[in-house]
Write a protein that binds this ligand. Sequence first.
Ligand code: UD1
Ligand code: CA
Length: 455
Amino acid sequence: MADALAIAILAAGKGTRMRSALPKVLHRLSGLTLVENVIASTALVVPTRKIVIVGYEAEQVKSALTHIPDLEFVEQRQQLGTGHAVQQVIPALAGFTGNLLVLNGDVPLLRPETVERMLQTHHDNNNAATILTAQMEDPTGYGRVFTDDNLVVKEIIEHRDCTLAQRENHRTNAGIYCFRWSALMDVLPYLKADNDQSEYYLTDVIKDLAPVMAMDTAPAEVAGINNRKQLSAAEVVMQNRIKDELMLSGITLINADSITIDATVTVEPDVIIEPQTHLRGNCVIKSGCHIGPGALIENSTIGENTRLVHSVVSDSAVAAGGRIGPFAHIRGQAHVGENCRIGNFVEVKKSTIGNNTNAAHLSYLGDAELGEQVNVGAGTITVNYDGRNKHKTVIGDRTKTGANSCLVAPITIGADTTIGAGSVLTKDVEGDCLVFARSPQKSIPGWKPKYLRDE
Ligand code: UD1
Ligand code: CA
């Protein structure tokens, strides 16, 4: 398959039926935008050019794709239809010889293997065009593909332009096409907008090309997303795919239906995930972890054999052997060392916690640096914010903070220190000492409230 390949992704439409200010192709499915999902479906082919056709909120769409290398953008200033969209790549592909793979930006469930198989079919049959099709149970809204018995395509007619009899044909157009570029160039520039929507339909080129073949695939793969009901149905399909793959790779999911996992998450073997757990963004869950019930983990790494229950972790890392929760909130580039215990009811923000350190109850650790084997007493608060700026708290190895102590930052407490319960510390402490700062206890014998004294 030596033919050169260019890819064009149609992503210029507003997506009116989404009823959203966000361009349709930027709505998310299992953590990736629709258009990122479409780009992911081309993972097994090797194009020389990758062109995204943008229009509605073009800058927003472009900036959502800056992390993907080698993309070219072509602007379709007015959205006059899918055929008009592909016409916009003509100048960019001047002199190109080879095939053009066109993908609708709103068909996110397509599998890379299917795209590969389609290109192979195209090549093997020396087709002018090969189009991906599916026999859909409910084909409402899709273009219908009319073929002979050998899957040679005669024409595609949009649902709204079909007669009632034509609607009985359930072979639908997926919006995924491979064209021999030279053949497409014979017809693409001459499209007419003589249809119900007065748009330039890409599908209209088909009747003027030969040979054109349909290749059927599973209906679930080619679902187009036009509204939020379809987005929700596609999410179910994508989630099942992701979770099936994880379970087969050695991960236990308990009540899998209540768990959601983004496509961008890595889970190592021998992890147990309990109900109501949600893993989002760039997460890595290392082997032997037991997560949930009730966890939200976003853009974070959880080290081996960590037990985490009813907690939220975002943009942070927990090293191996952690015991997290119930009800811990670890966030904002926090780094928790090995074998630490965090929670019940402990918030850790932008702090580094040394190995074997425990903060087991009711604490706030913000902008702090804790050494190893520190014991954070119940109710310890790092007072990090003066109303304008955030300040740092440093606590040395093996120090024990007393229950209900306030450490007013900036402050450094040395190693091997014991802080008396209820202390409000405002000054640095050298270390290797007992420190307390609280009003002495007093008893006043025989004291009664004023109203009793007046009687
Ligand atoms: C299209 C097909 C239909 C097919 C269906 C599959 C046409 C005429 N119809 O219909 O046969 O069954 O997809 O999902 O092609 N876009 C642009 N510029 C435009 C118009 C659309 O870039 O001017 C983009 C949209 O952003 C979208 C894609 O093209 O990603 C498809 O457009 P959409 O309006 O959703 O087409 P459908 O009506 O679904
Ligand atoms: Ca569509």
